[in-house]
Every structure is written in structure tokens, then in C-alpha cells.
Ligand binder design. Structure first.
Ligand code: TRP
Length: 336
């Protein structure tokens, strides 16, 4: 006799901003896991283009980046039939709920957001209200889909906390409306550091392109960048304090191969950094190869991308509008 459980799968939601080509760090730290999560949970994944206009974007380039990131979501293996893949601005409920939630969020709470404080220093010439309210839009993204889980990196943890606070506040003020989301902490929390300064996170906005690997870098470029990665003068492949460059390469290698640090140390005992770097480069190249190949295929198929976006927006809107309708009703808006 077979017993089947029809318990609904938990919903997981995440978004990526279309601001430049993601790095190996973005890939190993987040995107690679999305594929696994999409298999296990009920997934919704979006291109967060509304978030991206808190900094000025060149229209032609912006349009290209949005469609490129959608192609990238397909390239990492997300299936638009299984998960909801969409472009945030194509689902008006995000902007609508964000406005409403702005009115349930305090100025003081937003002023304490460390990312706002950092960004208002680094873009002192354009500290717009959108940058300030950014976490509220992110809360809307999450709460509209009644997400149970949100995979977040360290830099977004505070924003998820706020989304939880806003949800709880609204639920208490009215009646249960929003699922209160939990952070999803992945098993392999790869934090990939700059190849040139392993004390800093790998970043695509680093002025030195040798410090980061882009997910679309060609194999020879990847090899060169890893070869010139900063290490130390000890010459032995082992994970230890003060060996941040090697620790970082070991982390990358472990993430691509599934090996543990102990196995890596054993494999490279008595070998030099040259051998190790060659192996790391090879592993990264093989890891990114299928992504790059599929991306090349999808990014040039404009008709298909348009169809994926349209279908995604429709499915997303159905879920999002249900939540938005509930919210509006509870507040006392007159529904059409
Ligand atoms: N702010 C996130 C980032 O920059 C992107 C994002 C927007 C997001 N909305 C979200 C992430 C909702 C998780 C859930 O990385």
C-alpha cells in the first residue's frame, strides 16, 4: 500500500538585481543553490529591476541587463514551468504593496539599516527616497508570495528581519495576513573573497577586474585571474588564519568539487601553489562552462525570453494580487 502526503511544499523566494554580470561569488554564494532549492521547494525567483533604479541606470544598458539576468536564471537551470520566474516591474503588485507597507514602517527603523548608511555614504550625490525605502520594497517582494523561506546572505539579513517585523506588525494590527518568512541558510555558505585582497568580498564593482571572476569569463581569462590571485609565502595548501588568499581558493575549490578542506589538504600535500591554482582554475572553468553555454543560447533568443517573462508575470500576478487584495480589504480600501 502506498501512502502519499499532499502537504504543500514550502515556498522559497529570492531576487537578484540586474546590475552587471554576476561574479563567481554571486554564483557560488547564491545562484548555484537556487537550482537545488527550486527542486526541493515551491520556488519564485525574480529579477529585481525596481530595486536597481535606486542608482541611475543607462536605459539601453539597463534593458539589456534585465533580459540578460533573466537568461542567466534559465542558464543556471531554473525551469520556468516549475518555478515562477519573473521580472519584478512587470508585476505591479510589488509597487502597490510597497507603498502600503511604507505607511506601516517607521522612519527610525529604516534609518538604522546598515546598508542604507553605507550606500548613502558611497553615493552621497544621490541619496534618494527609494534607497531609503528599499527594504520595504524587498518586504513587499517577500510577503506578496507568502514566502516561508528566503535564502539570504549576510548583507541582506537585516532586511529580512525588517520584512518579518512588518509582517508581524500587520498581522497583529489586523488579523493573520502574511506568512512570517524565515531566513534560509544554505549548507555551503560560500563567501567568496576578492582574488587581489582576500579580506574584501569579491565584488563586480571592484575597479580591478583581476579581483573578481565574472560568471561569463572565458576559460583563459579565468585561468589568468586565478594564477594571479594573491596568496602567501608559506607555500603549503592548508586552511589557517593569516592565509586568507589560500583559504579563499580552498573555499572556491571545495564549492566546485564538493571536497572538504581536509581532503584538499591531503590531495595537495607536498605540492606548490602553482599546481593548486591550476586545479582551482580547472574546477571553476568546468563549473561555469554549462552556465556560460546555456546563457549564450538563451540570451540571444529574445522571443523565448519574452515568453518566459510574460508567463512568469502572469503566474506571479495571480499569487501577488491575492495577497494584495486581502491587504487592501483589511485596511478598508474600497475594492473595484
Ligand atoms: N536586495 C537584494 C540584493 O540586493 C535583492 C532582493 C530584492 C531580494 N528583493 C528581494 C532578495 C527579496 C531576497 C528577497 O541582493
Amino acid at each position: 500500500m502506498e501512502t502519499t502526503t499532499n502537504a504543500p511544499k514550502k515556498r522559497i523566494l529570492s531576487c537578484i538585481q540586474p546590475s552587471g554580470i554576476p561574479t563567481l561569488g554571486n554564483y557560488l554564494g547564491a545562484l548555484k543553490n537556487w537550482k537545488t532549492l527550486a527542486d526541493e521547494f515551491d520556488g519564485a525567483f525574480a529579477v529585481a529591476d525596481l530595486h536597481a533604479i535606486t542608482v541611475r541606470q543607462d536605459p539601453a544598458q539597463f534593458r539589456k541587463q534585465i533580459s540578460d539576468v533573466l537568461a542567466l536564471l534559465l542558464a543556471i537551470g531554473l525551469d520556468p514551468e516549475k518555478s515562477i520566474l519573473f521580472i519584478q516591474s512587470q508585476v505591479p503588485a510589488h509597487s502597490q504593496l510597497a507603498w502600503i507597507l511604507n505607511c506601516y514602517t517607521q522612519f527610525g527603523e529604516m534609518s538604522r539599516m546598515t546598508q542604507f548608511k553605507d550606500k548613502s555614504q558611497s553615493h552621497a550625490d544621490n541619496v534618494n527616497v527609494g534607497l531609503f525605502a528599499y527594504p520595504v520594497l524587498m518586504a513587499a517582494d517577500i510577503l506578496l508570495y507568502q514566502a516561508d523561506l528566503v535564502p539570504v546572505g549576510a548583507d541582506q539579513k537585516q532586511h529580512l528581519e525588517i520584512a518579518r517585523d512588518i509582517a508581524q506588525r500587520f498581522n497583529t494590527l489586523y488579523s493573520p495576513t502574511f506568512t512570517v518568512p524565515e531566513p534560509y541558510i544554505g549548507k555551503q555558505g560560500a563567501r567568496v573573497m576578492s582574488l587581489q585582497d582576500p579580506l574584501k568580498k569579491m565584488s563586480k564593482s571592484d575597479p580591478n577586474p583581476k579581483s573578481y571572476i565574472s560568471v561569463f569569463d572565458a576559460p583563459d581569462v579565468i585561468s589568468k585571474k586565478i594564477k594571479s590571485a594573491v596568496t602567501d609565502s608559506e607555500g603549503s595548501v592548508r586552511f589557517a588564519d593569516g592565509k586568507e588568499g589560500i583559504n579563499n581558493l580552498m573555499g572556491i575549490y571545495a564549492c566546485c568539487t564538493g571536497l572538504t578542506n581536509a581532503q584538499i589538504e591531503a590531495d595537495f600535500a607536498g605540492k606548490g601553489y602553482g599546481d593548486f591554482k591550476a586545479a582551482v582554475a580547472e574546477a571553476v572553468i568546468e563549473e561555469l562552462r554549462p552556465v556560460r553555454e546555456r546563457y549564450t543560447q538563451y540570451s540571444t533568443d529574445k522571443a523565448y525570453l519574452k515568453e518566459v517573462a510574460a508567463q512568469g508575470a502572469e503566474r506571479a500576478s495571480r499569487v501577488a494580487n491575492r495577497t494584495l487584495g486581502k491587504v487592501m480589504k483589511k485596511i478598508g480600501f474600497v475594492l473595484p
